[in-house]
Design a binder for this molecule. Structure first.
Ligand code: GLY
Length: 340
C-alpha cells in the first residue's frame, strides 16, 4: 500500500507492507554514507538488516527512552556524522520508535543545514503517528519537544511485521494514537477497534490512522490550526506524563487518560470501554497541581487560556478555547466520578 503525503516539493511516499524492511535498499537511496539510528530496546537485527543494504553504514545505538531526546544525544549524532565525513549528499535512517525518529530527524535537519532523512518506524505508536508529518525535536530544560524543527522525511517504510517483537504494553501505547484519531475523524475506525480483533486488523488500523494524519498534515503542515486535533488528549496527557512521580506511565497511556475528559458525557463510557479493550485504562491517584503545572508550563497560574480539541460525537471534533483552570477542573471532575 502506498500513501502519498502531498506537501508540494516536500511530498513523500509512505509504504506499508509486511517484510518491507528487507527491501529497504530498493525503496530508499542507500548507495551512500548512511547513519542508521536505533535504540537499545529495538531488536539489533532490524538496524543490521537496513545497514546490510547500505554502501557505507554507520550504526548509532542510543539508550532507549525519553532521556535520549536530549541536546547531548543530538550532538553525539552530529559528531558521529562529522567523524565519518558525512557530506550533504549522505543521509540518516531512523530504525526505532518515536524517540529515535524525533531525535534522528532533528539531527538530519541540522547537519549541514539538512540532509536526507528516512524513517523506518518499529513501534505501533511511531507507525501510526510520529513517523509521518515531519515533527522532529529534543527535550530541553525539562520541557518536552521544546527544541526542534518541521523536517519531512524523504520516505517512510512501515513494516507491520516488526510489531511482533513489541511488548503488549508498547502495543497498547500505540493504539492510543489510533483511538485518538478515530475519535476526531473516523467513526468507522473507532467501530473497528471497538468490535474487531485488534491484532488481526492491525494493518487496517495503521492504514486508516495514516490516512487521517495525511489529510490533516496536508492541510496544516506546521500546526497553525487543524493539526492541533492531533494533540487531542495531549494537554492533560502531557501534564500526567511530565508530572514527575507519575512518569512511569507510557505516553500513550497518558494520552488515553487525557482523551476521556475531552469527550462529551454522552460518549464517555463508550470511549472508556474501548480504552479498557485496548488495555489503556489505568486511572491513578492524580496530583492535579503537578499536572496543571506541567500541562501549562508556559501559562500563568490562572486567567490564561488554551485551545483544546473536544469530541461530542465520534468522528467529529471542535477546537475549544478554555481557561487552563477549567480544563483541570473538568478532568478532576471526570476522574473523581470514574475512580469511584
Ligand atoms: N503527533 C502529533 C503531530 O504529529 O502533530
Amino acid at each position: 500500500m502506498k500513501i502519498q503525503l502531498d506537501l508540494k516539493e516536500r511530498s513523500y511516499d509512505i509504504l506499508v507492507e509486511r517484510g518491507i524492511i528487507k527491501q529497504a535498499g530498493s525503496h530508499l537511496q542507500l548507495d551512500r554514507r548512511v547513519l542508521v539510528v536505533t535504540d537499545s530496546e529495538v531488536p539489533q537485527a532490524y538496524a543490521e538488516t537496513v545497514a546490510a543494504q547500505c554502501r557505507i553504514p554507520v550504526i548509532c545505538r542510543v539508550p532507549s527512552g525519553e532521556a535520549s531526546k536530549s541536546l547531548e544525544t543530538f550532538g553525539m549524532l552530529l559528531q558521529t556524522m562529522l567523524e565519518h565525513n558525512f557530506s550533504r549528499r549522505d543521509c540518516v535512517v531512523a530504525v526505532g520508535g518515536g524517540v529515535v525518529g524525533d531525535l534522528s530527524g532533528f539531527a538530519a535537519s541540522a547537519y549541514m543545514r539538512g540532509i536526507d532523512f528516512y524513517n523506518i518506524p518499529t513501534t505501533l505508536l511511531s507507525q501510526i503517528d510520529s513517523s509521518i508529518g515531519g515533527k522532529t525535536s529534543v527535550n530541553f530544560c525539562g520541557v518536552k519537544n521544546i527544541v526542534g524543527a518541521f523536517y519531512q522525511p524523504k520516505k517512510v517504510l512501515i513494516d507491520p511485521e516488526l510489531l511482533a517483537t513489541l511488548s503488549e504494553r508498547q502495543f497498547a501505547n500505540g493504539l492510543a494514537e489510533a483511538v485518538k484519531m478515530a475519535l476526531t475523524s473516523d467513526c468507522e475506525l473507532f467501530e473497528l477497534i471497538e468490535t474487531k480483533d485488534i491484532k488481526e486488523t492491525i494493518d487496517e488500523i495503521i492504514i486508516r490512522s495514516l490516512l487521517i494524519k495525511k489529510n490533516v498534515v496536508e492541510q496544516d503542515e506546521t500546526e497553525t490550526g487543524l493539526r492541533k486535533i492531533l494533540n487531542f488528549g495531549h494537554t492533560i496527557g502531557h501534564g500526567i506524563e511530565s508530572s514527575e512521580h507519575l512518569s512511569q506511565l507510557y505516553h500513550g497511556e497518558c494520552v488515553a487518560l487525557g482523551l476521556i475528559p475531552m469527550c462529551g458525557e454522552s460518549i464517555r463510557s463508550r470511549v472508556i470501554e474501548v480504552l479498557k479493550k485496548c488495555n489503556l485504562y489505568h486511572p491513578i491517584a492524580f496530583d492535579w497541581d503537578a499536572i496543571a503545572e506541567a500541562a501549562f508550563h508556559d501559562k500563568k497560574a490562572d486567567g490564561d487560556t488554551v485551545t483544546v480539541t473536544t469530541v461530542s460525537k465520534i468522528g467529529t471534533f471542535a477546537l475549544t478555547t478554555m481557561k487552563c483552570i477549567e480544563v483541570i477542573a473538568l478532568a478532576k471532575e471526570c476522574f473523581s466520578e470514574e475512580m469511584i
